[in-house]
Design a protein around this ligand. Sequence first.
Ligand code: FPP
Length: 353
Amino acid sequence: MIIMDGVPTPMRCFRECHSAEMFTDDGVETVTSVEQKKVERTIEEVVNVYKQIHSLPQPTLLREQHYQYLKKGLRNLSDAYECLDASRPWLCFWILHSLELLEEPIPGAIASDVCQFLARCQSPTGGFAGGPGQHAHLAPTYAAVNALCIIGTEEAYNIINREKLLDFLWSVKQPNGSFVMHIGGEVDVRSAYCAASVASLTNILTPKLFEDTTNWILRCQNWEGGLSGVPGLEAHGGYTFCGMAALVILGKEHMLDLKALLRWVVSRQMRFEGGFQGRCNKLVDGCYSFWQAGLLPLLHRALYQEGESQLSLQRWMFEQQALQEYILLCCQNPTGGLLDKPDPEIFTTRVTA
Ligand code: FPP
C-alpha cells in the first residue's frame, strides 16, 4: 500500500509496533560489520529526526516531486548520466514505467519522440542497442520493447521489427538453453529473462526458442534457496528475480524449490532497516525493493497454484509496512527521485529546509 501525499493512515509506525533490532557483531569487528552499523546509525538518525519534526504517524510519497523529476528526465538529463550512454533505452523505460506506476499520462508529443529515439536504437540485425549505432544487446532490447509497450500506441508497436527480433534472439541462444547478452558476450540469467520477456510481449515465443532454458535456469537455484547469475555461484536478488520471472513467463515456476526460495527471500529483508539486501551479509539497497520484494507476489501465486490455499489474499509474505517506511523515509530525494540508502547530507538539507 502506498500512502499518498498528506493522507494519514490509522496504522502505527512499524518501529512503534516492533522492536527493530540493531546488528550485533558478537565482538568480532569486520569491514562488513562496520559498514552495516554505519548504515543502521544513519537510518536511526533519519527516523529520529522524522519523529521529532512530523506530526503524521506515517511518511508520505513525494508524488509531485517524483513526477516533476521524471518528466524533466524525458527531455533533459544532466552530464551525471553520461556514464549511461550505452543504456539509453533503460532511461526511457525506467522513467515511463515510473510514470505509469504514478498513473501519470505521457504527453503524446513526448511519447512520439521516445518512439523515434528507440527506433534509432534498433539494430539492422534485430534487437535494440544501448544507443544509436551501438551493437544489439539483450538488456536494452528488454528496456526498449517494454518502454514501447508502455507507450502502447500504433506508432510504438510498429517500430518493433518482430522478424528481426526473432533472428536476434536465435543469434544469442546457446545450445545448453542459456542466452548470451550479446553476440560474443557473457551468459547469465538476466539474458534468459530479457529474451523471455520480449518474446512474450511481441508474441514470438516458441517452445523451440526456449528449449532447455528451464533446465538451465533451474540449475541456478543453489543450496541457499535463491538463484545465482550462472549455476554454481552465490544467490543474488537481481538474478533470482530474473530466473523466477523467466520461469513464470515460460509457465515452469513450479519446478523451482518454491519453499526454499521463499525462505531465502524473506531472510533478505533487513530487520532494522526494513528494506532488502541483495545477498547474504550485504547492505540494504532500495533497488531490491523491486528485485526482492517483486519476487513475493510471483511466489505467492506459484505457491497458491501448488495448493497452499491458506495463503492470505490481503498481504504478501513479508513485512510490507517496514519496507514502505524504508522507501518513504530513507530513500526519497526531497527534489524527486529515489536513493539506494539514506544520504545524511541530503537528509540534513531536507529537515532543515
Ligand atoms: C549490485 O551488485 C547489483 C545491482 C544493484 C543490480 C542487480 C540486478 C540485476 C542483476 C538484475 C538485472 C536485470 C535485468 C533485467 C538486466 P553489487 O554486488 O554491487 O551489490 P550488492 O552488494 O547489493 O550485492
